[in-house]
Design a protein around this ligand. Structure first.
Ligand code: PLP
Length: 434
C-alpha cells in the first residue's frame, strides 16, 4: 500500500538550490528532473546498509547508491572504523601517508593488470590521467574511445567539440569507436597506423554484454598494432568481481581506471596498469593535492580487505539475480513491457511500449509508485546492488514492484497515465553512454 510520503522539505531545499547552484546539483545524473520531480525524494540526510532516509524522514531501499560507489552498504562498520581511526591521526599531510603504499599493494594484489598505481579523486581525473600516460608512453596523440569517460575537455570533445564550452581543437585527439565492432576498430587502426596511443573502452558497454570473443579480439588487434588497451572499470570495478571486468572476462588491459567501487563511497580514483606503461607517469604532470588524502586511502585498504575476505561478490550477484528474475516475472504477470538487461550487480531496465511518450510516462509512474512504497530506482537503471541487499530487501522491493506494476497496467488500460503522475517536471536522464 502506498503511504503518501511527502517531499515538502526536499522541494523547499531544491527551490533554494536552484537560486544558488547552476542546475541545482553537482552531478548531472542526480538532477531531480531526471527522476520524478515532485513525486520523488531529492535530498538525503541519513543512511544505513541498503537504506537511505530523505530529509522528510522517509526511509527507502536504495538502488541508486550514490550512482555506484556504495558496494558494501552505507555505514559499513569496517570502512567507517578505518576512516575514524585515520581521522584521529590527521586527514592529509605535507609528507606522504603510509596508506598510499598499503592501498597500492592491495590494488596490485587484486586487479590483474595492476603492477603500478596512482591515486586521484574521481573518474574523470583517472581517465584523463590514463590518457596522458598512454600518450606519454607511446609519444602518440590519438585515442580511440567508445563510451563516457567523464566531463574533461579531452573526453567531451568526442561528441561536443566546438560547442558547450569545449574547444574545437581538442576534438582532433579523440576519435569515436563504435560499440562492439571489431571490423570498425581494425579499419580505424589501419587508417591511423602509427598515430594511435590507446583504445579506451568499457569492457561492458551498457546495456548489451560484449559478444563472445569481442574483448579477446580487441586485445589481439591492439597487440597487432602496438596500441595500448585501456579499460574504464569505473562502473564494473569492484562490482562484477574483485578484479573488475578484466578478471570476470579474463582479458587483461595495459591500463585500467577505477573510481566508484574502490572505497565504498569515499572519493578515490585509481589508474593502474603495466609497470613499463605506468612508469611513464613519473615524468608526466599528473599531480593533485588530494591524491594522498589518508581518510579515503584508509577506506580503500579496508574495503579491499572486506572484498578479499568476505563473500561480497557472491552476495551481490545472488541478490541482483533474484531482482532481475523477479522484475521480469512481475512484468509478465502485469503485462507491462519492462525488461532487465545486463549483469546482476548493475543491471539496466527498459520499458518499451510502441509509443515512446507512453514508455517515458510509465517510467515516471514507476519511479513515483516505487518511491511511495519505499524503493528508489533510477530511470533505465543501472540498478546497483550492494553486499547489504539481502533477501529481506529483495522481497520488499519485489512486493513494491508488484503493486507499482499493477498501477501502471491499470493506468495504461484506462488511458489516464498522465493524470496519475504527481510530477512537476521531467526530463530524459543525462546520457552517460554514447
Ligand atoms: C564509465 C564511466 N567513466 C567515467 C566516469 C566519470 O566519473 P566521475 O563522475 O567520477 O568523474 C563515469 C561516471 O559516471 C562512468 O560511469
Amino acid at each position: 500500500m502506498s503511504d503518501n510520503r511527502s517531499f515538502d522539505k526536499s522541494m523547499e531545499l531544491y527551490g533554494r538550490a536552484l537560486n544558488l547552484i547552476p542546475g541545482g546539483s553537482q552531478t548531472n545524473s542526480k538532477r531531480p528532473t531526471a527522476y520524478a520531480l515532485g513525486a520523488f525524494p531529492i535530498y538525503a540526510q541519513d543512511a544505513a546498509g541498503a537504506r537511505v532516509q530523505d530529509v522528510d524522514g522517509n526511509w527507502y531501499i536504495d538502488y541508486i547508491l550514490g550512482l555506484g560507489p556504495i558496494t558494501l552498504g552505507y555505514c559499513h562498520p569496517a570502512i567507517d572504523e578505518a576512516i575514524r581511526e585515520q581521522l584521529d591521526r590527521g586527514i592529509i599531510y605535507g609528507l606522504l601517508s603510509p596508506k598510499e603504499v598499503e592501498a597500492a599493494e592491495a590494488i596490485c594484489d587484486m586487479v590483474p593488470c595492476a603492477e603500478m598505481v596512482r591515486f586521484l579523486k574521481g573518474g574523470s581525473e583517472v581517465t584523463t590521467a590514463a590518457a596522458r600516460i598512454a600518450r606519454g608512453y607511446t609519444g602518440r596523440d590519438l585515442i580511440l574511445n567508445c563510451g563516457y569517460r567523464g566531463w574533461a575537455d579531452g573526453w567531451s570533445a568526442e561528441t561536443r567539440a566546438g560547442q558547450g564550452g569545449v574547444p574545437q581543437c581538442v576534438g582532433e585527439c579523440v576519435c569515436s569507436l563504435p560499440r562492439y565492432d571489431l571490423d570498425a576498430l581494425g579499419s580505424l587502426l589501419d587508417a591511423h597506423k602509427g598515430e594511435v596511443a590507446a583504445v579506451f573502452m568499457d569492457a561492458v558497454s551498457y546495456p548489451q554484454a560484449p559478444p563472445d570473443g569481442y574483448l579477446e579480439g580487441v586485445r589481439d588487434l591492439c597487440d597487432e598494432h602496438e596500441v595500448l588497451l585501456a579499460f574504464d572499470e569505473i562502473v564494473t570495478g569492484f562490482r562484477m568481481a574483485p578484479g573488475g571486468a578484466q578478471e570476470y572476462f579474463g582479458v587483461t588491459p595495459d591500463l585500467a581506471c577505477f573510481a566508484k567501487g574502490v572505497a565504498n563511497g569515499m572519493p578515490v580514483g585509481v589508474v593502474c596498469g603495466r609497470r613499463d606503461v605506468m612508469a611513464a607517469a613519473e615524468d608526466l604532470i599528473i599531480s593533485v593535492t588530494y591524491g594522498g588524502e589518508a581518510l579515503s586511502l584508509a577506506a580503500v585498504c579496508a574495503a579491499l580487505e572486506v572484498y578479499r575476505t568476505e563473500p561480497v561478490f557472491e552476495q551481490i550477484w545472488a541478490s541482483g539475480e533474484k531482482l532481475m528474475s523477479g522484475f521480469d516475472a512481475l512484468a509478465d504477470k502485469h503485462g507491462v513491457p519492462l525488461k532487465c538487461h545486463g549483469y546482476a550487480p548493475m543491471s539496466s531496465q527498459t520499458i518499451t511500449y510502441d509509443d515512446a511518450e507512453l514508455s517515458a510516462d510509465a517510467w515516471t509512474l514507476l519511479l513515483q509508485e516505487m518511491a511511495q512504497r519505499g524503493v528508489l530506482l533510477r530511470r533505465g537503471g543501472l540498478l546497483f546492488v550492494t553486499y547489504s541487499h539481502g533477501d529481506a530487501e529483495v522481497e520488499e522491493t519485489l512486493a513494491a514492484l508488484d503493486e507499482s506494476l499493477a498501477v501502471i497496467a491499470d493506468a495504461v488500460d484506462a488511458g489516464d497515465i498522465k493524470q496519475r503522475l504527481h510530477v512537476t517536471e521531467v526530463e530524459e536522464s543525462f546520457r552517460r553512454f554514447n
